[in-house]
Design a protein around this ligand. Structure first.
Ligand SMILES: *[C@@H]1O[C@H](CO)[C@@H](O)[C@H](O)[C@H]1NC(C)=O
Length: 226
């Protein structure tokens, strides 16, 4: 019975092991704005996009060891589009534990970044990876959108000087996930349902097995009579 009862926790341990490392940022969809007026000022950059329809990107991101100029490593920027104003979202980055890296995720208002380019210098540093798919600026006027900054700092030590000077790219998945009813990430609903069903199911199954192992004998303890 103990084993059956333990299963949910065992499974939970396995799930976290499989996911390896995850970093995330939670934010609200901003009010729709005509950010496209601002984007031309960042036009030297072609952002890759994440949206509810393209909710996952698999990338190989450059990383660097922290320096005084780049205390959080190398930056890559993405455009989060087609958001719903007031809706809660989570953006996650997952990477394998065999590539030790510290990631920082931040979201920024596009107009803010465009009007203070000096504060966000690295927006101008095109890493090349971002040119693969250019953002198409359609003429539709207002949209809820944000800029996502991903910072990747290598976080390992090796005696191999080549690796210490040129940390290899890190393979990551970047996932945009709306919250259901602003409470729970949509993509985790099935995992949660699975764990809940398993936990509740094992509770009843263990009770059933326990009752089979200890069949009621019929001679219930009698009231004590003097
Ligand atoms: C250092 O790492 C690089 C890249 O993985 C590899 O090609 C090279 O053989 C390594 N050098 C030593 C001395 O192990």
């Amino acid at each position: 019975m103990k084993l059956v009862g333990c299963l949910p926790s065992l499974i939970a341990v396995l799930i976290t092991t499989v996911c390896a490392n995850t970093e995330k940022a939670i934010f609200l969809g901003p009010a729709a704005s005509s950010f496209k007026d601002s984007l031309p000022r960042l036009d030297h950059l072609k952002f890759q996009e994440l949206s509810p329809t393209t909710s996952s990107l698999t990338k190989s991101l450059p990383a660097a060891f922290p320096t005084d100029q780049q205390p959080y490593g190398l930056e890559t920027w993405y455009l989060l589009r087609d958001l719903k104003a007031g809706q809660r979202y989570e953006v996650r980055i997952c990477w394998a534990a065999i590539q030790p890296t510290t990631f920082c995720l931040d979201t920024f208002d596009i107009v803010e970044v465009a009007s203070h380019p000096a504060r966000y210098q690295s927006v101008g540093e095109d890493s090349g990876a971002q040119r693969e798919k250019a953002t198409e600026l359609s003429e539709t006027s207002q949209e809820s959108a944000l800029l996502l900054r991903v910072r990747a700092a290598a976080d390992f030590f090796t005696t191999n000087q080549t690796l210490m000077q040129h940390p290899p790219n890190v393979d990551v998945d970047i996932i945009l996930d709306p919250f259901v009813a602003n409470i729970f990430p949509a993509s985790l609903v099935w995992t949660a349902a699975y764990i809940t069903i398993l936990a509740v199911g094992s509770w009843y199954i263990s009770g059933f097995i326990w009752s089979r192992l200890n069949p009621p004998t019929g001679d219930t303890p009698k009231a004590h009579v003097d």
